[in-house]
Design a protein around this ligand. Structure first.
Ligand code: CUA
Length: 171
């Protein structure tokens, strides 16, 4: 069978690139230990009121660590906060330097969860508990936004976390 010289070169180039991608995939898993994000646990979204998510909110775990339990539903995050912003969304407050463990689940459809300018990002599936931890080293107000399109009110689905100076004065 005759294969044109250029076609052969392209075939070789394609095979080389595919080989490179495959090697990168295998080495990321075996050498660098990269894993797909796994849910922290599973939960029945119909009976959330019988779980820890019946009482969402922030727990002070001591030593600058906070656990926050949040329920996502169309179209708000319920972080159990008494403080609301001007649009009625929950506001969380932590002192600067805190490490926050976010635990999330969804009561209805798939939602997203991303903390502005921090490495915390969860895809929130109904029936799954997602977990993401991040440290807040900078004073300021950061939005936490749903980043999975979840319907008509998706763009309004957010909460805020206010990182306050360690001395307790206003941010
Ligand atoms: Cu929830 Cu988009």
């Amino acid at each position: 069978m005759h294969i044109d010289r250029y076609e052969r070169q392209y075939l070789i180039a394609v095979a080389a690139v595919l080989g490179l991608f495959f090697a990168a995939l295998v080495s990321s898993a075996l050498v660098f230990g990269v894993r797909l994000p796994q849910p922290e646990g599973y939960i029945n979204p119909l009976t959330l009121n019988r779980t820890v998510f019946a009482n969402p909110g922030m727990r002070n775990m001591g030593n600058g660590v906070y656990d926050v339990y949040i329920v996502a539903r169309m179209w708000a995050f319920d972080a159990g906060s008494d403080e609301k912003d001007e649009r009625g969304q929950d506001v969380l407050r932590v002192p600067v330097g805190s490490t926050v463990n976010f635990y999330l689940t969804s009561a209805d459809v798939t939602h997203g969860f991303i903390v502005e300018r921090h490495n915390a990002n969860i895809e929130v599936l109904p029936g799954h508990v997602g977990r993401s931890s991040t440290r807040f080293n900078e004073v300021g107000t950061f939005h936490i936004q749903c980043h999975e399109y979840c319907g008509r009110g998706h763009q309004n689905m957010y909460i805020k976390i206010i990182v306050e100076p360690a001395d307790g004065s206003a941010a």
